[in-house]
Design a protein around this ligand. Structure first.
Ligand code: UDP
Ligand code: MG
Length: 168
């Protein structure tokens, strides 16, 4: 047993179908702890980075449009980091198989996913599938200060003349 972190995304179809509460309830069965969460407007760069392992697939362009929210006209994804013993397998178990038609019907994807006419699996949630993937994905979606706890080594970067938006 190992203490692990895993990235969970409620994809645009999950948000549009109002499944967030349902999904979080199902995931709370794991007794894992949420250590980060935010709503993200997914840029094309983030989408392509997140799915770079699939960049040679025929459905890649559709997949990028899907995770960016173009398909569901919402442009929001809910991103969370769960932490606990065997977090990756526990979450993947409840999330279910990638293909919603093959997924256990009581899993989240089995219950709520579908295959579109373009062939993309609209499977409602993302969950990291290995510790290596989880680390890469969490670092892609979150900054260190957005995560509660020191999960990976950090460094201090001094930036000069950085402008950022603030409340007026
Ligand atoms: N996907 C798809 N068709 C496939 C394989 C993947 O539409 O044949 C989509 C699906 O939305 C999936 C995502 O691409 O969740 C990422 O694929 P991956 O193989 O990493 O599956 P996951 O880790 O999400 O189960
Ligand atoms: Mg994957």
């Amino acid at each position: 047993m190992a203490l692990e972190q895993t990235l969970v995304l409620v994809k645009p179809d999950g948000l549009v179908k109002s499944l967030t509460g349902n999904i979080l309830s199902r995931l709370s069965e794991t007794k894992l702890v949420i250590i980060a969460s935010k709503v993200v407007r997914v840029s094309e760069h983030l989408a392509k980075q997140h799915y770079k392992h699939l960049s040679d697939k025929p459905f890649f362009d559709e997949l990028v449009k899907y995770i960016m929210g173009d398909v569901h006209k919402t442009h929001r994804v809910l991103a969370l980091v769960y932490q606990g013993e065997d977090a990756i397998a526990k979450v993947r178990d409840i999330v279910g198989d990638t293909n919603p038609e093959k997924a256990n019907p009581v899993s989240i994807r089995g219950a709520y996913g579908r295959i579109t006419t373009t062939g993309v699996f609209e499977n409602v949630v993302h969950a990291s599938s290995s510790t290596e993937d989880a680390e890469q994905e969490i670092k892609l979606w979150f900054k260190p200060e957005e995560v509660v706890g020191d999960i990976y080594p950090t460094r201090t970067v001094v930036r000069e003349k950085v402008s950022e938006k603030d409340w007026a």
